[in-house]
Design a protein around this ligand. Sequence first.
Ligand code: C2E
Ligand code: MG
Ligand code: MG
Ligand code: MG
Length: 287
Amino acid sequence: AAKAAAADRPRRYAADLDEQSDEQARVGAELRTALDTGQFRVVYQPIVALPSGRPVAVEALVRWAHPERGTVPPDHFIPAAERNGLIVELGEWILRTACAQAMEWQAAYGDLAPARMSVNVSARQLAEPGFAALVAAVLDETGLPAGRLTVEVTETAVFGGGQAVQSVQDLHDLGVHIALDDFGTGHSSLGLLQTVPVDVLKVDKSFVDSITMAGRHAVIATALIQVSAGLGLTAVAEGVETAEQAAELHRLGYELAQGYHFGRPSPEPSFLTPGPSPAAAVHVQSR
Ligand code: C2E
Ligand code: MG
Ligand code: MG
Ligand code: MG
């Protein structure tokens, strides 16, 4: 069985370095083709208010609709796109697609449309000189007001060098909101809050997962909401999968949440289409 498992293992784990760079070149070429032939898609996941479950924003998440392998999740190709630099072009396409989509929903659904669009930006994009100018140009082109765009960055990306810190500052000056993604998992998350202007803390799923159990993670989730409130920031709890987690987060003071409990990423979030909506509102127990 061990032998069969080894044979099934993807070739990218090969120990041989030449083979590895061959594999990198192959993936790089494949990503290039995918971009040129329109194989990427953007799906959107709601970010909701607690306790109502009312959507206030969506996060844009990229997918690769691979002709043979089906839907490939971003964790499987974003790192390769980062390494070969294609993320810059891919990221621009994602940004433009998401901003244009926000305007389309606005036109089609009016007040039902999500008020904000949140877009993930990688270290390589943020490090590029002129990244903020590119964002400004895309906003201009699509007509999306800067105040309706949130850019999600990780601490690693902000500290990744190049023009990253300046980019964040410039985006903030444009009126774009800055969200720190996967907050709490980096090395010096709290120090970062003194370095760059941040509007939103996205508290990582790892802290949400065990929140309904006693112990360290619940303590951290509680501390993070206090930091957030103390600094006048908005906290979003990521990866909320159960009603119990949602109720507990609300009890701790979280006002926004995101996760499968409220809606999975999809091309057109279900809250936009008429019909019975899933009963995701938090039922607060009266004590
Ligand atoms: P992220 O930005 O932290 O996005 C949240 C991830 O958690 C998404 O995975 C989402 O589908 C998943 N998720 C949401 N709710 C739940 C839940 O309740 N349970 C679980 N188990 N997962 C949940 P996804 O779409 O696979 O993306 C993974 C990561 O890839 C993202 O993490 C982000 O770092 C990166 N990524 C995705 N789209 C883009 C993009 O357009 N550009 C860049 N640069 N990175 C992207
Ligand atoms: Mg994100
Ligand atoms: Mg995240
Ligand atoms: Mg994440």
